[in-house]
Design a protein around this ligand. Structure first.
Ligand code: HAM
Length: 359
């Protein structure tokens, strides 16, 4: 938690993530009373007082999606598919999906007991943080990054071996659906996630090539959270993707291609009258969907044409007093030098000419 005292001593804690806030919004606004499932998303900044390193910041951004009111593993599969397609659409191909089930309040206490028994026998070798985790949250020892804790955790009891029948069936239902849609995954018994509200499904998309902070997207089911913060019994599942880490993964995975594509059209204007007309024409063509620019800094005609070349404009059009009084101008295709006479009062036909000749 990023907690600090303000000038008057008031203690503030900055938002570390979005799921609890979304759950509170559902409760406070009575959204649980509507048709289910309820699907929400958010883009927020978050703060965590962690030691900064590449991919891990004190302030960072998240895109998240949450789905309430559906207990079926079909909901878990839909959310994971959404995250998968989202990463794919960004061109982040080098990720692997890790899934696990950490059980429910019925089966987890027994598992926790066995885990504490196991780690207590090796307590002296655990790192300091994990020694205190043994008292507070023994599950978190499983995803500790210290090499010694990792080695000890390898032989620890596994959540999947302690699931009750309902949790087992739920997990199997998720796996079948992921197989059906050809989303590759690996069951990773060490994925337990850092937040206390999770039940059953937990998952992470891990990217290769962006260093130690490699989880670009993480999520899971939290069937007890809404009730815990004062709402009704309402199941939930969601994920959040770290936008800063997505950007890192896009850069290293060559998904991020810098484009040298320029505007569709540059309108060179000679004189104040033409400049006003050019602004109007740019606006109209912009509404139709053309990316259109004109002079904003008072360049000479020669300098404007040089600029149009430099920004790689696909077409240019020169507007002077002659063109304004005749109502027509020459549209020049910068690729092949072809000129077409266009009617200045007919933005639609200019648009069509640019689009047709641009193919
Ligand atoms: P989380 O795994 O703590 O989950 O964070 C989600 C994502 O935020 C991580 O996978 C990572 O990409 C990014 N992230 C986390 N901490 C940092 C940091 N210090 N610097 C940069 N990026 C970071 C959650 O926050 C849950 N609320 C996700 C969720 C939604 N579970 C259910 N619904």
């Amino acid at each position: 938690m990023y907690t600090f005292a303000d000038r008057d001593g008031t203690s503030y804690t900055l938002r570390p993530e979005g799921t609890a806030s979304v759950a509170r919004a559902v409760v406070e606004n009575g959204l649980f009373g509507g048709t289910m499932p309820l699907k929400l998303f958010y883009i927020i900044n978050c703060f965590r007082h962690e030691r900064p390193q590449a991919g891990r910041y004190r302030e960072f951004y998240q895109f998240g999606a949450e789905l309430f009111g559906a207990e079926s593993p079909a909901a878990d599969a839909e959310l994971i598919m959404l995250a998968h397609d989202f990463l794919k659409a960004l061109g982040i191909g080098n990720t692997t999906l890790h899934i696990n089930s950490i059980g429910c309040p019925k089966c987890r206490p027994h598992y926790k007991e066995e885990l504490v028994k196991y780690f207590s026998l090796k307590k002296e070798r655990l790192c300091n943080t994990c020694q205190s985790r043994l008292e507070t949250n023994p599950l978190r020892i499983l995803d500790c990054k210290s090499p010694i804790c990792r080695e000890i955790a390898e032989n620890a009891p596994k959540t999947v071996d302690f699931l009750c029948d309902d949790c087992k069936n739920h997990f199997e239902g998720l796996k079948s659906r992921l197989k059906e849609v050809n989303i590759g995954f690996q069951v990773d018994v060490n994925i337990v996630r850092g937040l206390d509200y999770y039940t059953r499904t937990v998952f992470e998309f891990i990217s290769t090539g962006i260093g130690a902070q490699s989880t670009v997207c993480g999520g899971g089911r939290y069937d007890g959270l809404v009730h815990q913060i004062g709402g009704p019994e309402l199941s939930g599942i969601g994920f959040a993707a770290g936008i800063n880490r997505l950007a890192l993964a896009m850069e290293t995975g060559s998904a991020y291609v810098e484009s040298d594509e320029g505007p569709d059209l540059y309108i060179a204007a000679i004189g104040e009258n033409a400049s006003i007309k050019a602004a109007g024409l740019c606006a109209k063509l912009g509404e139709l969907g053309l990316v259109c620019e004109t002079d904003l800094v008072g360049r000479s005609l020669k300098a404007q044409m040089k600029y149009a070349n430099k920004i790689n404009s696909a077409f240019t059009l020169i507007l002077g007093d002659g063109e304004i009084s005749s109502g027509s101008a020459q549209l020049r295709n910068m690729k092949d030098g072809q000129q077409t006479d266009v009617d200045l009062s007919n933005a639609e036909s200019i648009f069509k000419t640019v689009k047709r000749e641009d193919v």
